[in-house]
Write a protein that binds this ligand. Sequence first.
Ligand SMILES: [Zn+2]
Length: 409
Amino acid sequence: MNMDEMTENLKKNLRALHQYTATPGEGTTRLPFTKEARAAANHIRSMMEEVGLEVREDEAGNIIGLLKGADPSLPALVVGSHFDTVNNGGDFDGLAGVMTGIEIARMLKRETLKRNFIVLGFCDEEGMRFGTGYFGSKSILGQVTQEELRHYKDKDDVSVYEAMKGYGLVPENLPRAAWDLKTIKAFVEMHIEQGPVLYQSGDELGLVECIVGIQRYIVTVRGRSDHAGTTPMDMRIDAVEAATRVISRIPDWAREKGEGTVATTGYIKVLPGGMNIVAEEVQFSVDVRSRNKASIDDIVAKIRDGLDESCKRNGATYTMDNKLTITPVNLSRDMLSRLEKFCKNRGYSYRRMISGAGHDALAIGQVLETVMVFVPSRDGRSHCPVEWTEYGDISKAVAVIYDLIMEMQ
Ligand SMILES: [Zn+2]
C-alpha cells in the first residue's frame, strides 16, 4: 500500500470537486438536484470509472460504483458517504467518505475479491435545500414516499419532485432505488469528525460506537400581555417567567445524564417583545441528543413536568410540538473490534467515540450492519469554509477500512 500515492490521489480528487459550488470564494455550496450537483456527480462517475468500477446513477440520484467479486451472489460490502454540502460548507464533509471508497476500490481492483464491493455517493444527506435529510440513504432503504416528494419544497417553492425532474430523474421511479437488503452484508462510512475531540486528543482515528438519537421540539408558552408598570407581580400571567423557569434547568438535566447527553435551547422568541409589556407568548426550541433513548425520553418528560408546574403557578398554558425523533443507533461491535485490531497493527492511535451528528450511517445503521470511522477536523470546525482535514489522515482511514474489507470479503 503506497500511502503517499493515496494521499496525492485524495488531494487531487477532493480539490478537483471544489469547483462545483454555487458560491465561489465563499466555501462550497452544492445543494441536491442543482447544476453544481449534476456536474459533481458526473465528475465522481468518471473518477469511479477511472479506477475500474461499473457505475450507474440510481433513481434517487445516488452514484453507485460496483466492483464485481468472483461470487456476486454473496452479500456485498459497501463504502460511501454523501456529495452534497450545506450552504457555504467545506470540501471534506461527506465527499471525503466518497473519495475513501474510490481509493479502496483502486487497491481492491488488484486483488481477487469474493464478494461485490460497492462505492456509494449519496446525493442528499444534509437536507439543506428541502429541510429534510438522508434522502439518498433513505431512498435505497425504500423509506421515501411519493407524497414526501411533493410535500417538501425549497425556499423558492420548488418541490423535491420538480427538482428531481429538472435534474433528469423520473420521480415516479423512486421506489426502484430501493435495495434488496439481503444483498448487502455491511456498510462502512468514513467521515470527518466535525467536532474537536480528535483534534484536541491528538488521536489519528475515531471508531464510532454509536450515533446519538435526537428529539426536537418547539414549545409555545402562552400568557397574557399587560402593562409592565401597573400589573402587580401576583396578578400577571408572564409567559417569560413560566418558560424560563424550565429553560434554565434543561442544561443541568442533560449534565445529570452524563454519557455525552446534550440538550440545547438555541431559539427563543418573545411576543410582543416590548420592554414595558409583560410577555404574552414565548416560543423556544429544545434539541436533546443522547446515545441512550431513555435519557432523551426522561429529559423530555422533565421538560413537560416542569412546564406543567411553572404554568400552573401563574395560569399560563403551553404546547409542545415534536419536530424530529430519531432513535440512537449502535454500530457494529464486530466491525469495531476488527478496526481496532487494524489500527493497532498499523500503529495508528485511535479512540472509540460517539457521533453527535447524524450521518447516512444513522439511516443505514437502523437496518444494516454498519460502522463509521472519523478523522480529525482542524479546530473541530465544519459546516463552514474553513473546514479542514489533513489528506494524510484520510489515508489512514482508507488503510484500516481497506483491511476490514479484505478481511470480510
Ligand atoms: Zn456529512
